[in-house]
Structures are given as C-alpha cells and as structure tokens.
Design a protein around this ligand. Sequence first.
Ligand SMILES: Nc1nc2c(ncn2[C@@H]2O[C@H](COP(=O)(O)OP(=O)(O)OP(=O)(O)O)[C@@H](O)[C@H]2O)c(=O)[nH]1
Length: 302
Amino acid sequence: MTTRAGFVALIGEPNAGKSTLLNRMVGAKVSIVTHKVQTTRARIRGVAMEGDSQIVFVDTPGVFTPRRRLDRAMVTAAWGGAADADVIVVMVEAHRGVTEGVKRLLDQLRTVSEGRTVALGINKIDRVEAPVLLGLADELNKMFDFAETFMISAEKGHGVDDLRRWLAEQLPESPWLYPEDQIADLPMRMIAAEMTREKLTLRLHQELPYQLTVETENWEERKDGSARIDQVVYVSRPGHKGILLGKKGETIKAVGQAARIELEEFLGRKVHLFLQVKVREKWQEEAERYSEMGLDFKDGNS
Ligand SMILES: Nc1nc2c(ncn2[C@@H]2O[C@H](COP(=O)(O)OP(=O)(O)OP(=O)(O)O)[C@@H](O)[C@H]2O)c(=O)[nH]1
C-alpha cells in the first residue's frame, strides 16, 4: 500500500469559515480542542484520514495581522509553518469577495508559496448567486495562479468531500505522521504534552534546555474513570537530564504535580501522570520534518 502524508495550511481572514471547514473534514471535537495548542510556528488543527492519505491541518494565527511593507524574512516569519505546508488553501468568503485583506494575503503569499501547491476555496457559496460566484472565481484566478478552485459551503457541507479528496492526492508519498489509532485522541495528547512543557518552562526559566521536547507516549482510560498518562521529556544532552530531575528528583516531581493538577481541571477527572526524562541526542534528525514545520509535537517541543 502506498501511503501519503503531509501538511495542509488553511489560510483566510477571520470569520472565513476555517473552523467550520475543519470540523467538517476532521470532526468537530478535534478542531475545537486543538485551538488550545500553539506550536512554535504553526498550529495543528487536526488530522484527517482520506483513503491511504493522512492530512495534517495547520493554520497560522499571525498571517492576518496588518503589516505594511513586509520584507521577505518578515513575511516568512509571520506565515511560519504555513509557508512550509505541502498545500495551502486560501479561503475567501463568497459574499465579501476581494477585500483589502484578501489582496494583502495574496501579495504575501507570492513571497512564500514558491514550490507549494496553492488552492482557492471560495466558502459560503450558499450566500451568493451562481453568476457572482463565477465572476469572483475568475477575478481571483487572474490575481493568483491557483492550482485548483473549490466552491464550498462549509456549513452545509457542499464541496467539502471533493476538497478533502483532492488534498489527499496532492500530498507526497510518505509514511503516516501519526499512528492511525492515535488520531482520535491526538489533540488531547498534544495538550497534555503542552501543559507539562509549560510547567517546565515556569519552573526552570532560563535554565530550560533549549532542545527539550515532551511526548505523551501512552494514554490509558481506567475503569474507575481516571486516566493514566505517561510522558517522556526528551533532552538532547546527558548534562540536561540532571537539571530537569533536580535534587533528589524534586524538580520533575514538582513539574509533574503542577501539570497533573491542570490536566485534572481540564479533563474534569482524576489523572495519574508519570514523567520520565530521557536523552535523545539524535532527536533533531528524527524530527527534521516536524521542526521544519514548527510542528515539534511528536519528536519535538510543542
Ligand atoms: N452561510 C454560511 N456561513 C458559514 C459557512 N461556513 C462558516 N460559516 C459561518 O461563518 C462564521 C465564521 O466561521 P468560522 O468557522 O468560525 O470562521 P474562522 O475562519 O474559523 O474564524 P476565525 O477563528 O475567527 O479565524 C460562523 O458563524 C459560521 O457559522 C458557510 O458555508 N455558509
């Protein structure tokens, strides 16, 4: 079986319908909780399976912050992980048409989209008549060289399956990025790892080793309603392990307690959290693809 996997960035002005579209493609619960996960550069919004393809959706909160005269480096920074996505979908609202925001977005896109597949998703087609829609598609395609145009109503579900199928075909041949059986609770695993990382940051301040990543390795629902969560904190040098453990393991213990309390509040039930610190000198190599994307979750530091 040939599997495919890759990253898709949904870009659009606030209110364009990104969340609604994601809910359709991924499942409502997933995209709501992943709102909370902010990775270094991009934000993972969810993972969808389509045939043998695994589509990892990301978005970039900074793209629509108004800025004048951006140089290339600044644009790239603002776009973050989205600029590295395999496919970028620009979402435009059918009834609003080509706004100043859309124009600015397309200008920026030209500087970061080289070598990327960019599609146009005209959303909320239920709000306009067909001739208006065709005119808009025409106008936008003159402004930018889109690989494909999709007419969508995320709310009503029109055009969504076509878009997802097409996205799946665009992704490179690759092993799946996340094990299939973890996709459903992936956002929860990410949030849990993020919480531990945050507590480590609070506790260690500048002492925090730069290359530090937290992974949720195991998540077990127990019959009594509690959850057992096993996490590994990876550091890149043996010397860092001592810093994390602290005297007699005090540091990691305090971090674990603080993270557990927050997790319990978030999940609304009892949590048993087990933390381990491991050295993985080669994590960077393994995580190359993720860190390129700023998606340092699995082998990295979300
Ligand atoms: N009529 C219509 N409304 C839609 C459609 N898709 C989304 N909406 C509505 O548009 C509004 C914004 O949708 P969201 O999915 O929250 O938009 P978003 O792009 O995620 O917004 P931000 O999180 O602010 O970036 C909501 O009220 C949706 O119900 C559509 O296809 N048709």
